[in-house]
Ligand binder design. Structure first.
Ligand code: SAM
Length: 230
């Protein structure tokens, strides 16, 4: 019966209904997380609501990685650097930005940057700036071309989820560009840590920096937490 009714509903109406439910979930997730006390972590249900409300499957962080981002964002002394903006930008803002910790997100796509900046502004998420950083060819690798003089001298947390995997050298460029701004004890979170490009990148980083690496194998994917030692 329900199946028959579903087939009778025009596609436009279905899409509008889906968008309404998604918007409601996003607002509910954002409200719940914004209402947390300082240092309190979002529940899995809150993150699920946020994730379902955001959508953008195939690009956005999965729940396990979001939990790791939330755990670090809620406790970092900051500042926070994000490479590749999206759902994680909102989460970083709600858990770190709200505590007065500066969050700077690098985004190569002007269109996507505009979209994320609009959501940040709409929900009045404090201390977050999404910076347009086109990709630049540095010779051996390509990476963002960030406005370095506008960025903090040190970052305590990096969320590494960009640039896109097919970029020359993948996400390796973080180290040559920001290595000297990452003090001992700073944390780098790497999403998609099971992909060959990310495995190679982490091995390269380890050969150049003293890092403690912990890899988490989860059903939805693999991510890694790297801590700079010395
Ligand atoms: C893996 S995504 C970053 C995701 C982000 N950390 C999150 O949790 O939503 C890396 C890059 O993909 C691009 N991107 C994100 N969503 C996209 C979409 N729906 N279509 C095309 N590019 C997208 C953006 O430029 C972004 O910086």
């Amino acid at each position: 019966m329900l199946k028959t009714v579903k087939t009778l509903v025009p596609a436009g109406v279905k899409a509008a209904l889906k968008a309404t439910v998604q918007g409601y979930r996003l607002r509910r997730g954002l409200r719940a997380i914004s209402a947390l006390n300082e240092g309190e972590l979002p529940t899995r249900a809150m993150l699920r609501s946020l994730s379902l409300g955001w959508g953008n499957d195939g690009y956005a962080a999965n729940l396990d990685y979001l939990e790791e981002v939330a755990r670090n964002a809620a406790t970092t002394a900051g500042p926070v650097l994000e490479c590749g903006s999206g759902l994680t930008t909102l989460l970083l803002g709600m858990l770190a930005g709200r505590r007065g910790v500066v969050v700077r997100s690098l985004e190569h796509s002007a269109e996507w940057r505009q979209r994320i900046a609009a959501v940040v502004s709409q929900y009045q998420i404090a201390n977050v700036e999404v910076l347009g950083s086109p990709l630049r060819d540095y010779g051996a690798f390509a990476w963002y071309d960030p406005p370095l003089d506008q960025l903090p001298e040190e970052f305590r947390l990096v969320v590494c989820d960009g640039p896109p995997g097919m970029t020359k050298g993948g996400r390796y460029g973080l180290l040559p560009l920001f290595g000297r701004r990452l003090p001992e004890g700073s944390v780098i979170l790497v999403d998609d840590a099971g992909r060959p490009g990310e495995v190679e990148m982490m091995n390269r980083w380890r050969s150049e920096l003293e890092l403690t690496v912990e890899v988490f194998n989860k059903p939805a994917g693999r991510f890694a937490t790297l801590v700079r030692r010395g």
